[in-house]
Design a protein around this ligand. Structure first.
Ligand code: ZN
Length: 355
């Protein structure tokens, strides 16, 4: 593993929201009273799949993970020196069965992010947290938060109630495209369905490995349902789900499309070509063997040096120290991954060009 260059754009970090109580000042009067009457402020609504305090989940030197900007500076911003880091808050707010409660908590999280994080360090940007099971309310929240240029993306989870490409979800994509915001699809589930299509597994190992299936399914759905045809300005960033599963998906999707493309007349070119134009992936966890030849093969099969975006995935434990990039990347490719590709993906990043 190797260091990311100083001034890189870090496309995936995770600030921690330890308690709903912290959201009370950021809720309107109705929802503040609603939450207090139900005692919900005593819960964290943390997603139990990846608890931020689990020793296996966060690095010992990054534990407890940052719930303040000061800790984030000590852990990440000062030692790794990114020019910009994009905050992705993974939280139960997106997964609630009550669409109204979900929307209220997502609004509060976005307000909290702006005031407690973005106002306090000019290097920070954030993704808009939205109630993903309520596309109309999600679109309203995108319209509200898009007024703040420090919000650079819309945050979704790879496994929701319906496959992401289904038309019920299109209000989200319409709003994102309208504001020039990519959709960031983070590995994760709202647990309406098991991560493996065959049913629930019984171990963390099985669960975690299955997440790549979930991301592959999300991408398949977006492409085949025609989301990128209907919203040609939309980009999707696949976050924290590895990279090496994609070439196999490419081959299978293109091959099958050739035979049955009459079924999907909106796919007027090879699915792989659509994916190369519209889809990006973050680099952590980089799930390739540590051999130069393997890395070269993966890059060749991806067929583009514009698809990968640098991410530290703070505070998850994928590597030690500041060595957050795989070995064997050429200086040109590192430059593209750390600077050029993120800038091209996120038009709202006002980062000075690196000389
Ligand atoms: Zn992540």
């Amino acid at each position: 593993m190797t260091h990311a260059p100083p001034g890189a754009i870090d496309c995936d970090i995770h600030p921690v929201l330890p308690s709903v109580k912290l959201l009370l000042p950021h809720l309107d009067e109705y929802w503040r009273e609603h939450i207090l009457r139900r005692g919900l402020e005593r819960d964290s609504f943390e997603t139990n799949a990846f608890p931020s305090t689990a020793p296996i989940n966060a690095r010992p030197d990054w534990t407890p993970a940052a719930d303040t900007v000061e800790t984030l500076r000590t852990h990440l911003l000062d030692p790794m020196a990114p020019a910009v880091a994009i905050c992705n808050v993974i939280h139960g707010a997106q997964m609630m069965m009550s669409e109204d409660l979900s929307a209220a908590l997502c609004r509060a999280i976005n307000n909290w992010l702006a005031k407690e994080w973005l106002d306090r360090d000019p290097r920070l940007r954030a993704s808009i947290v939205v109630p993903i099971h309520s596309p109309d309310l999600a679109a309203e929240e995108i319209d509200r938060m898009a007024a703040d240029p420090r919000f650079v993306q819309v945050l979704l989870l790879s496994m929701a109630e319906l496959p992401l490409g289904r038309r019920q979800n299109w209000p989200i994509y319409r709003a994102a495209e309208r504001h020039g915001l990519p959709i960031g699809i983070h590995a994760g589930s709202s647990f309406r369905h098991p991560p493996s299509a065959g049913g629930w597994g019984s171990t963390y190992l099985e669960d975690y490995v299955s997440y790549a299936q979930g991301m592959a399914g999300a991408l398949n759905s977006l492409v085949v349902e025609g989301v990128f045809h209907r919203f040609p300005g939309l980009k999707a960033v696949l976050i924290e789900s590895g990279v090496t599963w994609l070439p196999a998906s490419f081959w299978r999707l293109d091959k099958t499309w050739r035979g049955v493309r009459a079924e999907v007349p909106w796919l007027t070119r090879m699915p792989t070509s659509i994916i190369r134009d519209h889809v990006r992936l973050t680099t952590q966890p980089f799930d390739a063997p540590p051999h130069q030849a393997q890395l070269d093969l993966i890059m060749e099969e991806l067929g583009s040096d514009e698809m990968l975006l640098y991410a530290s995935d703070y505070p998850h434990w994928h590597y030690e120290g500041a060595d957050s990039l795989p070995d064997g990347l050429s200086p040109d490719l590192i430059r593209k991954i750390a600077f050029d590709n993120p800038r091209a993906t996120y038009p709202r990043l006002a980062v000075p060009a690196i000389a």
